[in-house]
Design a protein around this ligand. Sequence first.
Ligand code: SF4
Length: 317
Amino acid sequence: MTILHVVSVSGGKDSAATSILALETQPRASLRFVACDTGNEHDNWHGYLAYMESTLGITITVLPKRDFSEQIARKREYVVKHWPRKGCSQADIDRSVRALQPTGNPFLDLCIWKGRFPSRKAQFCTQELKTIPMVEHQMGLIDSGQCDAVWSWQGVRIDESEARRARLQGTGACVKAFEEQGGGIYTYRPILRWTAADAFEAHRIAGLEPNPLYLQGMSRVGCMPCINAGKDELLEISKRFPHHIDRIAYWEMCVGMASRRMQASFFPDPDRDAHLNKRGIRNMVEWSKTKRGGQLVDWIRLTEEPKACESAYGLCE
Ligand code: SF4
């Protein structure tokens, strides 16, 4: 039986550590390194993948971007047919149909199609932009006869977040490091019980520098921002990478125009009672400058220049 080991690469420390482990334990000819381009990555994403390739001596295949043109076309038809019965004015229907156009950016087009941004409870970005293309790619390897089975290596750690610990351990659920998915695909999570320090230690041993975004206050890299970014991380992004805030503000306008509510917010409102006009990335950035309760502006924090090293993992120590 021919097995191919397909390692999912995100540009972050956990997938890099998983790549290093795969290189140490499996024959090189059986390894494939694959990444998904969501269209919401930081500018350095491709550069860091290129650095990983040259340092580790590997090739990373970036899968073709997902195309949501057909879904958006079907949504246009749905809006024309069904929105009048939902009490929408013709002006709102015309506005939405004009906005329901593909842009070629998968993350933005996905949100235009859905009429909203993903959230922690509805994290459809991962499913649509990463899981589906990755599974299709792996099925293609089997269907084309390149292998009989695929081990899908995933750099997932239980320790990664409180939510994941609670979800996977607090409930007593059994997290499996290895499980069969069907169709010849097996999921392998070799660093499930590693700590973040273990992941960085693997980098050190392999001579691979971690993604420099960790030294700039980011606790997660890849999407910029990720919908799961925290308050401090958002403040850091606004100071260091304001053009990404501008881009998300523009995306909010595009998605809002396509939606029935005529507004869309990248992050959920921290204050559920806030008026609609307080939502949106720019208001969230203002909120990120506040202390607990969102009232007091912490001017000392605000006026500090971004430090050279703000690593959430203590890399500067
Ligand atoms: S926004 Fe976050 S959760 Fe969604 S695809 Fe990007 S990294 Fe994953």
